[in-house]
Design a protein around this ligand. Structure first.
Ligand SMILES: [Zn+2]
Length: 483
């Protein structure tokens, strides 16, 4: 019997901790790590009698993200209580948002580039605001503890639409990559997957090709890198396919990803749909927005990564690959744009940034902002090369010097005598000298062994300590040989 082929469907739920000074409903600082239970108060501990107050910057982060994801905005939106019992949830309910059109944003989409340079659109079902839970900790002696520092941290949830638009592990990765970049450009989230401030939770199902209905899904958790998102989904699809081919029935379950062993494991089997008994939180007033306020937020959005990438490619002539590298972080992209604004040729600036500069930064374990190189340095350097003052090879030497000292490339060139020799007369002199010192090579050339040309050029470059303009040397050696 021939193996049936299956279609993979992936819905994405992404949780992003928002970059605010304080927690969602209290004044406790919103920070990562630290001694357990040092950033807690009656509100985020859910003590009786405490009252929550809405954090306005958190709401604004969600609204701006929803606008950037082309969502409709709920002009009146309420918080609900999601009731369930778990040790990391001291109130026994989580403040969240329920409903189709009640979440701050709904019915949107995100366009993004795929790895192969294509464009895709994934529909967004909702973008809502909730609070994070505490964190269970496993202690020595088979004991467990709870750290509530994270309880009440503002959390945004972004959910893709149903039925899913994503059908491969690579697409899931491309989507997650682009969404993370968007959140970082918006300043909504720091995107640190390894610290859990951005958590991608795909739900995965497979169905035989041609089937309308989707298969039983599993929800994957603990994916702490893009690589894990991709390999977790791939593994899960394979596991399901094997099970179906064996004739097993799949269970709807939540599975954790064990990155080290590349395996998923059962966390929780869903026997029936959870009943969270959602109801509007009576302690929190509805959020009501005016048209002007929302339009003001929309107008103040920064240029978003997809638009920027398009502009870098279409207006500045960069390749898809180059543009992707430059966009890897807002500061890096800003550096590039400033160097271009100061007169640097876009393609050259890009080459220096993605080449030597990246390389030296990696070696030094530094970011561009923490280095001595500014956009003005790169613009100056590319100008020196474009005008023929120095060769690209000397440029590399000069740049290393600039990287260490922070001096301007033009100053280094002037003071260290790095200027390229472009005077035809003096180059011709050296060429004649080299030819008269190498009569054998000249003889071979004239017998038709043109290969010695390169050797003679090399000799001239050596004599000038690499300072002669290489194209001129090339041309003048030919001229002298052909005399
Ligand atoms: Zn608190």
């Amino acid at each position: 019997m021939q193996a049936a082929s299956y279609v993979l469907s992936v819905g994405m739920e992404v949780h992003a901790e928002l970059l605010t000074k304080t927690k969602m409903f209290c004044r406790c600082p919103n920070e990562f790590g630290g001694e357990p239970n040092t950033r807690v108060c009656p509100v985020c501990l859910g003590l009786p009698g405490s009252l929550p107050v809405i954090n306005r910057p958190a709401v604004e982060h969600v609204l701006r993200t929803a606008l950037a994801l082309n969502c409709r905005i709920a002009m009146r939106s309420v918080f609900h209580r999601k009731n369930y019992f778990y040790p990391d949830l001291p109130k026994a309910y989580q403040i969240s948002q329920y409903g189709e059109t009640n979440p701050l944003g709904h019915s949107g989409y995100m366009d993004f580039f795929t790895e192969d340079g294509g464009e895709r659109r994934v529909r967004i079902r909702r973008v809502h605001l909730e609070e994070d839970t505490g964190k269970l900790m496993h202690l020595p002696g088979r004991k467990s503890g709870v750290d509530f520092n994270r309880a009440g941290v503002p959390l945004m949830e972004i959910v893709t639409d149903y039925p899913p638009d994503i059908h491969s592990p690579q697409e899931a990765l491309d989507y997650s990559y682009q969404l993370r970049l968007l959140l970082i450009y918006l300043g909504a989230c720091d995107g640190k997957m390894e610290e859990g401030s951005l958590r991608c939770e795909p739900n995965v199902s497979i169905a035989p090709e041609g089937h309308q209905e989707l298969g039983t899904k599993t929800e994957l958790k603990n994916l702490s890198s893009f690589r894990a998102v991709q390999s977790g989904i791939r593994h899960e699809a394979e596991r399901m396919r094997h099970a179906l081919e064996r004739g097993d029935t799949l269970k709807q379950e939540t599975r954790g990803w064990d990155e080290e062993n590349e395996k998923s494991y059962v966390m929780r089997v869903k026997e029936f749909e959870d009943d969270y008994r959602y109801f509007p939180d009576p302690d929190l007033p509805p959020m009501v927005f005016s048209e002007e306020y929302i339009e003001g937020l929309r107008a103040a959005l920064p240029e978003l990564p997809t638009a920027k990438r398009k502009r870098f490619m279409e207006d500045l002539g960069l390749s898809d690959y180059d543009a992707r590298l430059l966009l890897a972080g807002p500061a890096w992209a800003r550096f590039f744009e400033e160097a271009v604004a100061q007169g640097g040729d876009p393609k050259q600036v890009c080459n220096w940034m993605n080449g030597d500069f990246s390389h030296l930064l990696n070696e030094a374990g530094r970011t561009a902002e923490a280095s001595k190189v500014t956009p003005a340095h790169i613009a100056d350097l590319t100008g020196l090369i474009a005008s023929g003052k120095i060769s690209g090879r000397i440029g590399k030497e000069v740049f290393e010097h600039v990287f260490q000292t922070g001096r301007m490339p033009s100053d280094v060139v002037k003071e260290e005598g790095k200027e390229q020799i472009t005077d035809a007369g003096s180059i011709r002199e050296v060429v004649s000298e080299v030819l008269s010192q190498n009569p054998e090579a000249v003889g071979k050339y004239r017998e038709g062994k043109k290969g010695v040309h390169g050797f003679l050029v090399g000799q001239v470059m050596r004599k000038t300590e690499g300072m002669a303009n290489p194209e001129m040397v090339n041309r003048l050696v030919t001229e002298e040989l052909e005399r």
